[in-house]
Structures are given as C-alpha cells and as structure tokens.
Ligand binder design. Structure first.
Ligand SMILES: Cc1cc2nc3c(=O)[nH]c(=O)nc-3n(C[C@H](O)[C@H](O)[C@H](O)COP(=O)(O)OP(=O)(O)OC[C@H]3O[C@@H](n4cnc5c(N)ncnc54)[C@H](O)[C@@H]3O)c2cc1C
Length: 421
C-alpha cells in the first residue's frame, strides 16, 4: 500500500537537518511540493561552535536549535525525528528506525559526515570526538570531572589526570586546543588555585610536519605562536598509535600521560552511504554532477559534507564546510523549485567566503580564495561575521553575540558547570 493519499503534489524527502538539509527545505517555501524532513535529532547542530560548548563558553541552546522552530511559517513542510536506516534508490523509498517507510519523487541527501578513527587502537573506546552536541557535553563533563577528582586526590596529578592530548592539526584540533588552553590558564587556574599549572598540560599532536596544512605558511607560523603563547605543546610529525584511558602511545615510541584525548583527526561520509551501491569518492563521499545530482538517479540531490562537489573553477573537491553545505543545500532547493515549475536546472556555483579558524580570544586566521590572509583581531571579526550568518535564526545570532561579548569582556565561561541527571 502507498504511504501517500495525495500523489498530485510531488514529495521531496529531505534526509538530515544540518546546514544542507535545512537550506534545501527552506528554499522550497513557495513551491508546490510536500516537503518531509527527517533527522535523528529534534535540533539542528551548529558544529562550528561545538568547541565553545565543550569549553563552557556557550550553553547548549546556542549551538542546538529546535528544527521545528525553523519551519513554523512554512506550511508545506512536515518534520519527523527518526533515524534513517536504509535508502533504496531504485525503489525510491527510505526506511527508518520507527516510522513506516516513505516513498519520494525527489530526495535530498544531507546526512553529513561522522568521525573517522582510521582504525587506531582504542580510539573508538577511549577518545573524545567533537562532532555532535552530545560529544561536546560529554567532553565538558569529563574534563570538569577530572579537575574535581584531582581537587580531592592530588595523587592523580602525577598520573597525568589533567593532561589533554588533542589529535589533529586542522581547524577542529587547533580551535579545541586553543579554547581548552584558555579554559585551563584563564579559569581553572583560579577555580583550583592549589593545583600547579604544570600538572595540567595540553598537547596538540599532528602527523604531518606542520599544523594547518590547508593554510599559507604565515598563518601556520602564526597558529603555532598563538598556541604556544597559550601554553599548548605543539608536537608535529608524530602519529598516534594507540589510546588507553590514561595513556597515549605514539608510533615513535613516546608515551604521553593523559586521561583525555580529543579526536579531531578525521571525517568520513555518513556510514549509510556505503549501503547505496554507489562508487564512493575519497572519505566516503558521494560524487555529484554539476547540479548536485546523482548521475545514475537524477531525482536524488546530495548536499553538504556527504557530497563530493567538484568546483568547476579549480577542479578541486570543495571542503567540508558550513558555507559549502548551506549553499549546496540552498542550490538543491532552488533547483527543485525550478524543476517542479517546469524550468531547467542550473549548475551550482560556490561563493568562497574564505577558510578561517579561531585559535583563541583575539587570535583568528582567514585565508581568502585569492590567497590574501588576515590574522588576529581583524580576522576574528571576519570569522564572527561569517559564522553569525550561518546561525539559523536572529535569536540564536543575538544569543551568540551576547555570550561572545560577555566572554571577551569578562573572560568568563559561565557554562562550565556539570548537571548530573
Ligand atoms: C568541530 C567542528 C568544527 C567546525 N568548524 C567549522 C567552521 O568553523 N566553519 C565552517 O564553515 N564549517 C565548520 N565545520 C564544518 C561544518 O559544520 C559542516 O561542514 C556542516 O555542518 C555540514 O553540514 P551538513 O548539513 O552536510 O551536515 P550536518 O551538519 O552534519 O547535518 C547532518 C544531519 O543529519 C543527521 N543525521 C545523520 N545521520 C542520520 C540518520 N541516520 N538518520 C537521521 N538523521 C541523521 C544529523 O543529526 C545532522 O543533523 C566544523 C565541523 C566540526 C565537526
């Protein structure tokens, strides 16, 4: 039996309520279609600021926004909180953990990426990735717990209980190491005045010879200086071999004492893509044509982190960034609106806003498409402007501004509390 009573209007099934999925659904607001959006969470996660939740700068609602809230004024959208369990491209049907299967006329696949541990022993069991809101809260609670435990039992300090190893010298690792260092030196040193700062070290480990390999040398040098100034030990050319709850073993033979390892070293496309029978590109991403469709199934659009979108200008695959996800999702929505209105599709053109990262307060970096770079406070303003534009509502933008301004003026991170449930 069909899952639909009225087949007159095309159904667009959007999988994933990230930047890509939300962007696609919102661009269909005037279209004569039924949009069904499904996400396993009832909130949209603003991943670029997860490290600020993990370090107590922002509270959870600043980074997780109710998806339903975003569609109150869009009558043609229905939302479901459920986990996608299988996608049958030939039958044009999607299965879920709880919902009955849903058929579609058009599919927008925006299920994002997930952590890749590259098979490192102990990583899945003992490390702390930072890709979801749950990850961020778990890391924050774990670190707070370690400090409270060391406050009661100083013997833990010799075992490295407060040391943190951050793996990965890309933006996730660098931003997290910088923010943790500010939390340690700026606040925990005052929260726990009897604990010696030297007993709480943060080490950033990167396998290649330099951190921030995607940036130009002036930015790389600036990042090392900014991290070192904040007390982070930057270790390059070292590969993590295995992880235990209290030790990190490097391939060189060196062992680091640490009860916390933050994994910021790799991503791969959502695991569901492996069951689609498609030939996947590097990092388990799905290759798409210039309109962001599957060449074998033109009714299927793939957007955001799970898509491998080749930029026709550079012939490079676009990076897994919020702005790529939002723009590709919006393009898929606009193309669908054109198709149902009887018009033809148009190719996707990415507008590069620059590659950027924040190392700490007043220390950000930006590299524009043409190669121009910015560092320090000017770059921080550019970072803030681009990321505020990605936040889903004016309310969340206002909240982030108040929190950031508060933290800048007072150096406080008032969300550094753990709420036990
Ligand atoms: C720590 C971190 C920092 C980052 N910093 C920046 C930055 O500073 N600037 C920047 O531009 N980008 C940054 N990014 C990248 C950016 O966040 C991503 O590129 C962007 O979120 C991708 O959007 P998306 O819609 O493709 O996927 P996502 O945002 O990951 O959304 C995918 C959605 O699919 C849902 N989902 C997944 N599996 C299922 C399933 N089986 N069933 C149902 N729902 C499912 C998820 O719940 C999620 O809501 C960062 C990413 C991380 C992890």
């Amino acid at each position: 039996m069909s899952d639909r009573q009225d087949k007159a209007r095309p159904r667009v099934l959007v999988l994933g309520g990230g930047f890509g999925g939300i962007g696609a659904a919102q661009k269909l607001h005037k279209s004569d279609v039924d949009v069904v959006l499904v996400d396993k969470n009832d909130y949209h996660t603003f991943q670029p600021l997860l490290y600020q939740v993990a370090t107590g700068l922002l509270e959870q609602p600043a980074v997780g926004h109710p998806i339903r809230d975003l569609f109150h004024d869009q009558e043609n959208v229905r939302l479901h909180k459920d986990r996608v369990s299988a996608i049958d491209l030939d039958a044009r049907e999607v299965q879920f953990a709880e919902l009955e299967p849903l058929s579609y006329d058009y599919l927008v696949l925006g299920l994002g990426a997930e952590v890749n541990f590259f098979g490192v022993e102990g990583a899945a069991e003992h490390s702390f990735p930072l890709y979801t809101l749950v990850d961020a809260v778990r890391l924050k609670d774990h670190v707070l717990g370690k400090w409270e435990a060391a406050d009661k039992d100083r013997g833990l300090l010799d075992d490295g209980a407060l040391n943190i190893v951050v793996v990965g010298g890309g933006p996730t690792g660098v931003e997290t190491a910088g923010a943790l260092a500010e939390l340690y030196t700026g606040l925990f040193s005052k929260d726990f005045p009897d604990i010696d700062e030297e007993a709480a070290r943060i080490t950033l480990v990167e396998a290649s010879p330099e951190i921030f390999s995607m940036f130009k040398p002036d930015i790389r040098n600036y990042a090392v200086e900014a991290l070192t100034k904040r007390g982070v030990d930057v270790t390059t050319g070292e590969v993590v071999q295995s992880i235990a709850p209290d030790r990190v073993q490097l391939k060189s033979g060196k062992e680091l004492k640490a009860h916390t390892l933050v994994w910021g070293a790799g991503l791969q496309g959502n695991e569901l893509v492996q069951s689609l029978g498609l030939e996947l590109e590097r990092g388990n991403r799905i290759g798409v044509d210039e309109e962001l469709r599957l060449p074998s199934h033109p009714e299927v659009f793939v957007v955001g982190d799970v898509a491998a979108i080749t930029d026709p200008k550079t012939q490079q695959v676009l990076p897994q960034l919020g702005s790529v996800a939002l723009q590709s999702g919006e393009h898929a929505g606009e193309t669908l609106a054109r198709l149902v209105a009887g018009k033809g599709p148009e190719p996707f053109k990415y507008h590069d806003k620059g590659t950027m990262a924040t190392i700490g307060r007043g220390s950000a970096v930006v590299q524009m498409l043409g190669g121009r770079t910015m560092k320090g406070k000017t770059a921080q303003v550019a970072w803030g402007t681009v990321h505020l534009a990605l936040l889903p509502t004016n309310e969340s933008r206002a909240k982030a501004i108040v929190d950031w301004a508060g933290a800048t003026l007072t150096h406080q991170r008032t969300a550094r509390i753990s709420v036990e449930t």
